[in-house]
Design a binder for this molecule. Structure first.
Ligand SMILES: O=C(O)CCC(=O)C(=O)O
Length: 317
């Protein structure tokens, strides 16, 4: 049994095994009354800020999306509005394609990859956190090619809310699905359980010897906190809260480590002005990049542009 499952089981022993909901909603802050989650699962998310669901996404779909990623990286299909991001060390080494790109994002208008965002198996869990009207607000397929020996394939510890100009945080959730087996060796997710009860902390670029990938901001001062390496099998999906502190390790193997993820927010969430807050640094960086690319949008518009409804009555309008 993995560390995550031990934690989830321990939590289950403290509850009476009833289905979620009914008369005891007041003890739940982070999850909604939806029969998809058992009471144990709700309790576990409430306490830890994440929930692991095994074998949720069919393997044939994951293989199709892996191939789509390779085709986009190799320029075989039109990448449309998708952004391709390179690992800084691999860019210097002359690598190409899947060996170079560590991420594609903004695939909400790609018919093949968007299927992940709207997958009923995933959305039924998402709705337990967002409610019925869920929008895909951030889409990524994260690849870790074998590390160049510089450890730049690490992702510093951070809170995803740092990037988001909308609230409330409790109605936002990430679904992160392993596209192959992810382990400590190839750079699985690392989570700090319970940190979703905290506040949004200031983020900046970590001072790593060999540099850090673009926009990979991190938090400081969490060195002594318990952490869990979330090892997962292909198709397993981790749902987690946007204030949960997490990151991932370097890929020290010769293979790839891929995951597909979508952040969802309730369509009822409000946009906020991040000027004068700790999020100002990332907002400026994103706005400067948008300007350089010839699409000078302000930060909130960047996020509006990325969003697409996946569930709720308005989906059929
Ligand atoms: O997939 C990973 O390695 C980490 C991704 C992550 O935490 C993020 O993009 O916010």
């Amino acid at each position: 049994m993995s560390a995550v499952e031990r934690l989830q089981t321990l939590k289950g022993q403290l509850t009476n095994g009833k289905k979620a909901g009914n008369n005891n909603d007041n003890k739940f802050r982070f999850t909604l009354n939806d029969p998809t989650l058992t009471e144990e699962q709700r309790e576990s998310y409430e306490r830890n800020g994440f929930l692991l669901i095994r074998n949720l996404v069919p393997h044939d779909l994951l293989d199709t999306w892996s191939q789509r990623f390779r085709d986009i990286c190799d320029g075989k299909v039109d990448s449309g509005r998708i952004t391709l991001v390179k690992d800084i060390s691999l860019a210097k080494s002359g690598a190409t394609g899947e060996r170079l790109y560590n991420k594609i994002q903004d695939f909400m208008w790609d018919d093949v990859l968007f299927r992940f965002c709207a997958l009923p198996e995933v959305v039924k869990y998402v709705n337990c956190f967002t409610g019925p009207n869920a929008m895909a607000v951030h889409t990524m397929l994260i690849n870790k090619p074998p590390d160049a020996g510089t450890e730049t394939s690490r992702h510093p510890l951070h809170q995803d809310l740092h990037y988001f100009p909308f609230r409330p945080a409790d109605r936002i959730v990430c679904a992160w699905t392993a596209m192959e087996r992810v382990t400590k060796e190839n750079g699985c997710l690392v989570v700090l359980p319970g940190t979703h009860y905290g506040t949004l902390l200031p983020h900046e670029y970590p001072e790593w010897e060999n540099g850090v990938n673009k926009m990979y901001h991190g938090v400081k001062g969490v060195d002594g906190h318990d952490r869990i390496h979330v090892e997962m099998q292909k198709g397993d999906t981790l749902f987690f809260h946007p204030i949960l502190i997490h990151g991932s390790g370097a890929n020290r193997t010769k293979g790839f480590r891929k995951a597909i993820s979508t952040h969802y927010a309730a369509s009822e969430c409000n946009y906020i002005d991040v000027r004068g807050t700790s999020q100002e640094n990332i907002a400026k960086e994103v706005e400067e990049l948008a300007k350089k690319r010839g699409t000078p949008l302000d930060y909130v518009d960047v996020w509006r542009y990325r969003s697409r409804l996946v569930s709720g009555d308005a989906i059929n309008l």
